[in-house]
Write a new protein. Structure first.
Length: 345
């Protein structure tokens, strides 16, 4: 696994933040998850506290089950308010790019981001950052971007301004990106950061409850349907997949975020170490990949499905029909037969 660390000197960013009244804009990736939202909202609340004007911009709507997060009602969604979002980026003094490693991930915010005259800071834990920024804090061994945001806050000398809401946002980022501490969380550093969040007064059990016991009945029924009707297991390749059509989603009154986490379920089957979730969208098929061990799903996704991400968690897109996409995927399994078979659980 790649443990590349780029940790630029944050002096210039620190000096800019020392002068109050700056427009500070946090940009997150499309289909934002708990880590992207937690990192951005935590930083936004901190910026407000130290006298700046913090704003979070998301390319599209974020999951309903995360709407309880402090400050989330202030998020500007590009798809809903394109002019406001682009104007914010143009007027920004400091732009934070959080939880993504290439500008393709911010979709239509791409051009505005490149054209912005702001001081740009990338904080991320995906391998191989591939974008320009004045300051890059990249560490693939970190559990989450939220953990790195806390490191940034410490190194910028801003930790005295931490509070319960900011800590709750950062903790939620760490919790969601580690599957509640089931992976990417074997480093002492992660637990030290969590311990400090407890010192800031977070209510850990409540944050768990708000995040994971906050689904609609329709979402739970969609999950049941997916596992019962739409899961295919390939024991010989240690692989399990789930696919959902637009019709399936409609039947269960789909809302943004409802399929979040579905891709992990096949990995709970004994012997399964590679899973994929295919969701039919209007013009493409959105795919999530997960693996256990050394089968690198980011490389797989980059090679065949226009995507990328982490070695054990990645995403991609296919521009063929769902049926053809599934056919392509099934045909690829024998190609990876040796890699998929030679793994000790
Ligand atoms: P998810 O399956 O949850 O959408 O994504 C899993 C991981 O892969 C996340 O860390 C996400 O940021 C990353 N990811 C998803 N899609 C893409 C993509 O198209 N390109 C890249 N570079 N990363 C992606
Ligand atoms: Mn992340």
């Amino acid at each position: 696994m790649n443990h590349q660390i780029i940790w630029n000197e944050i002096g210039p960013t620190g000096r800019l933040l020392a002068v109050p009244g700056k427009q500070v804009v946090m940009v997150i990736h499309v289909n934002p998850d708990g880590d992207a939202l937690g990192s951005a909202l935590g930083l936004m609340l901190l910026m407000d506290k130290i006298g700046h004007n913090g704003t979070v911009i998301s390319p599209n709507q974020y999951p309903g089950f995360l709407k309880w997060m402090p400050g989330s009602d202030r998020i500007i969604v590009l798809e809903e308010s394109p002019e406001v979002a682009v104007a914010c980026i143009r007027q920004a003094d400091i732009l934070f790019a959080l939880d993504f490693n290439e500008l393709k991930r911010v979709k239509k915010l791409n051009e505005a981001f490149i054209g912005a005259s702001a001081h740009k800071v990338l904080i991320d834990h995906h391998p191989g950052p591939d974008m320009d920024a004045d300051c890059i804090l990249s560490d693939t061994s970190a559990s989450s971007t939220a953990e790195l945001v806390y490191r940034f806050i410490q190194e910028a000398g801003l930790h005295a301004q931490m509070d319960k809401d900011i800590a709750s946002c950062l903790f939620t980022g760490i919790m969601t990106d580690t599957g509640c501490f089931s992976y990417n969380s074997s480093r002492k550093k992660t637990w030290e950061v969590v311990a400090e969040m407890l010192d800031y007064g977070i209510e850990k059990d409540r944050l768990y409850d708000l995040t994971y016991d906050n689904y609609s009945a329709d979402r739970m029924r969609l999950l049941g349907f997916s596992l019962h009707e739409k899961m295919e297991v390939f024991p010989e390749y240690h692989t399990g997949i789930i696919w959902l059509t637009r019709e399936d989603l409609k039947k269960f009154n789909y809302e943004v975020g409802d399929t979040e986490g579905f891709v992990n379920y096949p990995l709970s089957i004994k012997g399964i170490r590679f899973s994929a979730l295919f969701i039919e969208k209007e013009n493409h098929v959105r795919i999530s990949f997960r693996s256990k061990g050394d089968f690198a799903v980011n490389e797989f996704s980059r090679k065949y499905f226009n995507g990328g991400g982490h070695a054990n968690a990645s995403g991609g897109e296919s521009y063929m029909s769902l049926e053809k996409t599934l056919e392509q995927f099934r045909e690829l399994l024998p190609v990876y037969q040796d890699k998929l078979r030679n793994y000790e659980l």
